[in-house]
Design a binder for this molecule. Structure first.
Ligand code: UD1
Ligand code: CA
Length: 459
């Protein structure tokens, strides 16, 4: 066993009744990522060699989320308490230091976990217990001391009025050697009001047996457990704040960080500007000097430098190259790539489009399954008719420097060569060669003096 490594057991079998939701508590998203996944990712980032997740309620859903990230799941058949949950993770098959975490503390960071491991390594063996000082200790287990020396953890529901006044709480994080864990766990009983096997009893057992217990007091965010929707919202807000701070520290300009929502994995280059009311999700990456105006939603969007996203845009799974300008009120759907210095204006929707460098679609346009060449101008009201009566999708290919007049429909599959001109109001059903002019609209019919003279009024 490598002394520089440790394994982790995350307790996540409970339903989380107080959430009043059928989704397992640990799958509730905190700033975009299910809380259990966040915790297991932070554990791995801190150097954990193995992550075991104890599952129970909604087992298959939890497995589907955590297993792809490399964690192993262990089933707790009945939720008989936190000590029983640890037992379900088969600690008998572990060696070396074991860190126990609750699956409902999403604000924990890799740095906190590293700190616990350091303390454990520097301690006298035994158990390292993580505590926090809270202004409002609420339903957390209280750390009871006598002359500064740890005596016990008392659950709030079992505590006297005096004990409830204690502000130092149990964060539910413990580190100890697997061997010691396996010795103590079977000794925990369920002789309490709740008839549960409390993991917290491991502390009083150790004290009774003269096993050293050291405490490390970390910042309150480590203790922030999520047991209700309100606590979930608070944790989410904290993560958004944390991300905003980190971005600003890296030179991102935020006009109002408290109303700007950027998820953890998002990367933004220095000197980019985020207006209030922006929501940026997933694996989005913005370069430097980008601007995102109010009311825009970006999910998995890759922007090179100096891209402008004007107000009210909805962008997902697309790539936008340098100096392109998008919006206001544009919608870019998956597999769309916007070329350098291109312009996509208001009420333009694109899906699976490769839009060339310097190309323009300024107003009221739908482009789907299309390739638009460099420098081409798409007039207002242009539509690619990509979806046919056979329920299949067909492609539209428009070359470079094409001028498409307003109110044109391209009935796909269709292609237009470079430098062609399409007369406005056309419904294009046949391919147009390079440099050609195509007009496909009803001829204008003019009948002069059509409007009858108004008869003279009598009297
Ligand atoms: C627990 C601690 C409390 C501490 C608090 C920190 C105990 C007895 N109490 O209380 O001292 O202040 O965490 O948040 O440990 N779980 C299982 N199987 C079970 C029971 C629970 O997997 O049979 C999981 C839950 O899904 C949850 C975690 O263990 O992720 C903690 O359980 P929870 O019921 O939320 O414990 P608390 O009452 O918050
Ligand atoms: Ca809890």
């Amino acid at each position: 066993m490598n002394k520089d490594s440790f394994s982790v057991i995350i307790l996540a079998a409970g339903r989380g009744v107080r959430m009043k939701s059928s989704l397992p508590k640990v799958l509730h998203p905190v700033a975009g990522s299910p809380m259990i996944l966040r915790i297991s990712d932070q554990a791995k980032a801190a150097g954990a060699s193995e992550v075991r997740v104890v599952v129970g309620y909604g087992e298959n859903l939890v497995r589907a989320v955590v297993e792809p990230s490399g964690a192993t799941c262990f089933k707790q058949l009945e939720q008989k308490g936190t000590a029983d949950a640890v037992l379900a993770a088969q600690p008998g098959t572990l060696e070396g230091p074991v860190l126990i975490l609750n699956g409902d503390h999403p604000l924990i960071e890799a740095a906190d976990i590293k700190r616990v491991f350091e303390d454990f390594k520097n301690g006298q063996g035994g158990i390292t217990l993580v505590t926090a000082e809270l202004k409002h200790p609420g339903s957390y287990g209280r750390i009871v001391r006598s002359n500064g020396e740890l005596k016990a953890i008392v659950e709030a529901k079992d505590a006297s009025a005096d004990t409830l006044k204690i502000r130092e709480v149990n964060t539910g994080i413990y580190m100890l050697d697997a061997e010691l864990l396996n010795k103590l766990l079977p000794q925990i009983s369920n002789a309490n009001a709740q008839k549960e096997f409390y993991l917290t009893d491991i502390i009083s057992l150790s004290i009774d047996n003269g096993i050293p217990v050291s405490t490390v007091t970390l910042k309150p965010h480590v203790a922030a457990g999520v047991n209700s929707q309100e606590e979930l919202a608070m944790a989410t807000k904290k993560l958004f704040r944390r991300k905003a701070k980190a971005l600003m520290a890296d030179g991102v300009l935020m006009l109002d960080p408290s109303t700007t929502y950027v998820e953890d994995r998002v990367q933004i280059g220095a000197s980019s500007v985020l207006y209030p009311g922006v929501y940026i999700r997933g694996g989005t990456k913005l370069g430097s000097f980008c601007v995102v105006e109010p009311g825009s939603f970006l999910n998995n969007v890759i922007c090179e430098d100096s891209v402008q996203i004007k107000a009210g845009c909805y962008l997902e799974d697309c790539v936008i190259k340098t100096k392109a300008v998008i919006g206001p009120y544009a919608r870019l759907r998956p597999e769309t790539e916007i070329g350098k210095e291109a312009r996509v204006g208001n009420f333009v929707e694109m899906k699976k489009v490769k839009f060339g460098d310097g190309a323009k679609a300024g107003h009221l346009t739908y482009l789907g399954d299309a390739e638009i060449g460099d420098g081409t101008n798409i007039g207002c009201g242009t539509i690619t008719c990509n979806y046919a009566a056979d329920k299949k999708k067909y492609k539209t290919k428009i070359g470079k420097n094409v001028f498409v007049g307003s109110d044109t429909q391209f009935v796909a599959p269709i292609s237009v060569g470079d430098d062609a001109v399409i007369g406005s109001g056309s419904t294009i059903t046949k391919d147009v060669p390079a440099k050609a002019l195509a007009v496909a609209r009803g001829k204008q019919f003019v009948k002069e003096n059509y409007v009858p003279k108004t008869p003279k009024q009598e009297g």
